[in-house]
Design a protein around this ligand. Structure first.
Ligand SMILES: C[S@@+](CC[C@H](N)C(=O)[O-])C[C@H]1O[C@@H](n2cnc3c(N)ncnc32)[C@H](O)[C@@H]1O
Length: 435
């Protein structure tokens, strides 16, 4: 007999989901990479003490619709350039607090695996105006096509489709439900607009707009400014002036431990002595986890491992996002979350308050079966993000980060709230790879 999703949930979390919730995840219909993703997720959930009763329709939809279109297999094996403006705002503040002008020499900041379009590197160049910023990625698409709703697709030099990403427009959800149709729609728009595109010498961007759809060649050139240079290169081939700070967000996660160590070693070579490396993972500016490394002499040491309070939520995705078994950052976060969820004082208070806020914001309510029930059939993403932000701001104002720190200290960790309000610990040696 086939193992069902609910069997896996029961094996890992000790209880079954209501059948109407579990039924949307049909393991037999999901690609193999999504099935292994789900198994890793359940391992992390168990370690994090995530109760089966926190499963919700948004998480189920993420597993059945979003994850199959997010993993590299869906994009011809390439690591997708997924990114969004504002995603690393908090990390920009972290760096601005750690290094304040005036500087004797212009400090160098390198954003590795900046994604495309490089909107987060552009954010950083604006936030750290006194710095020289480099955005580096091994792949920048040659053509980008924005449709009238702001959804976009990337094409290579030969006009081969590479990737699409939905905007926050409510029509975005449907794009992922039928990715093949989405791709065909973008391909035919591209074929039409390409014939109208003016010649390009590659030094500047060229674009053509028709009926709200805009095709841009060499879009990368639109992002360069006085303090921002964009470089198409693999990290392992990169050579730049010694960097004061390197950011490596949402990239190492795609690599196995051995490759990750090599990449960390190479970033270490690129850092100035005493320089800082920030490496980690997050969603669209939420559910963040990161390690802050420091170059000391020839090697790296870890100053802190930090995570945002929202990783402890009921409706969460990123704590379960990993590409390889035993991802060190995901495992460490799960262990810390498990300690916090296991605290008999903290958890009932926090979890109850979160339920209350989810209800006040009209997102969901806990039903008589103990499970969360959505209050709106389909909430536009932008509205959900706004409500979600209000919930986490309230929980911060309620003082839960400081209480979570106390729980971690009681469990023997050196813990604190860092300069940008995240919960930080000093990891035990060997917990995180150093290169
Ligand atoms: C998921 S995107 C992350 C984008 C951005 N850092 C963010 O957090 O929004 C990962 C990017 O890493 C790039 N990448 C993967 N391996 C790389 C490597 N070895 N050297 C340079 N870029 C790499 C991919 O091309 C992709 O654009």
């Amino acid at each position: 007999m086939q193992t069902e999703f609910n069997d896996l949930v029961e094996q890992h979390l000790g209880a079954r989901l209501p059948q109407q919730l579990a039924a949307s995840v049909d393991l037999t219909k999901l690609p193999p990479d999504t099935r292994t993703f789900i198994e890793r997720m359940l391992v992390l959930m168990k370690r994090a003490g995530y109760g089966v009763e926190q499963f919700n329709t948004a998480l189920i939809r993420w597993l059945s619709v979003t994850i199959p279109t997010m993993l590299p297999r869906a994009w011809g094996g390439r690591i997708p350039p997924i990114t969004l403006p504002g995603r690393h705002q908090k990390l920009d503040t972290y760096v601005a607090d750690a290094y304040s002008p005036p500087f004797d020499n212009v400090p160098v900041y390198v954003d590795i695996g900046c994604g495309f379009p490089p909107v987060t590197t552009a954010d950083t160049a604006r936030a750290l105006a006194d710095w020289q910023i480099y955005g580096v990625d091994r792949s920048f698409a040659d053509f980008v096509l924005y449709d009238e709703a702001g959804h976009y697709a990337c094409f290579d030099q030969e006009g081969e489709f590479q990737y699409f990403q939905a905007s926050m427009d409510p029509s975005g959800r449907a794009l992922y439900e039928d990715p093949a149709t989405t791709r065909r729609r973008f391909e035919s728009l591209y074929a039409y607009l390409f014939t109208l595109l003016p010649e390009s010498d590659g030094k500047v961007s060229q674009s053509i707009e028709k009926d709200g759809n805009r095709l841009i060649q060499n879009h990368i050139r639109d992002f360069e400014t006085d303090n921002l240079i964009l470089i198409k290169k693999d990290l392992m081939q990169l050579d730049l002036p010694p960097a004061t700070v390197i950011r490596c967000m949402n990239i190492l996660i795609y690599f196995d431990l051995q490759s990750r160590k090599k990449m960390l070693s190479h970033t270490c070579k690129l850092l100035a002595d005493g320089g800082m490396l920030i490496a980690g993972t997050n969603g669209y500016g939420i559910q963040t986890r990161y390690a802050v490394y420091r170059k000391n002499g020839e090697g790296l040491s870890v100053d802190e491992f930090a995570f945002s309070l929202d990783n402890l939520g009921h409706i969460v995705f990123m704590p379960w996002f990993s590409m390889h078994e035993n991802d060190p950052e995901a495992m460490l976060l799960a262990e810390l979350a498990g300690t916090i969820r296991g605290d008999g004082q903290f958890w009932p208070s926090f979890s109850g308050r979160l339920d209350e806020l989810l209800k006040t914001q009209r997102i969901c309510v806990r039903g008589s079966d103990g499970f969360l029930q959505a209050l709106a059939k389909e909430m536009p993403l932008a509205e959900y993000f706004q409500k979600n932000a209000a919930i986490w701001q309230q929980l911060e104002e309620d003082g839960y980060p400081a209480r979570a720190v106390e729980v971690l200290e009681y469990a023997g960790h050196k813990a604190w709230i860092n300069g940008v309000g995240d919960i930080a610990i000093e990891p035990q040696p060997g917990t995180l790879p150093m290169g």
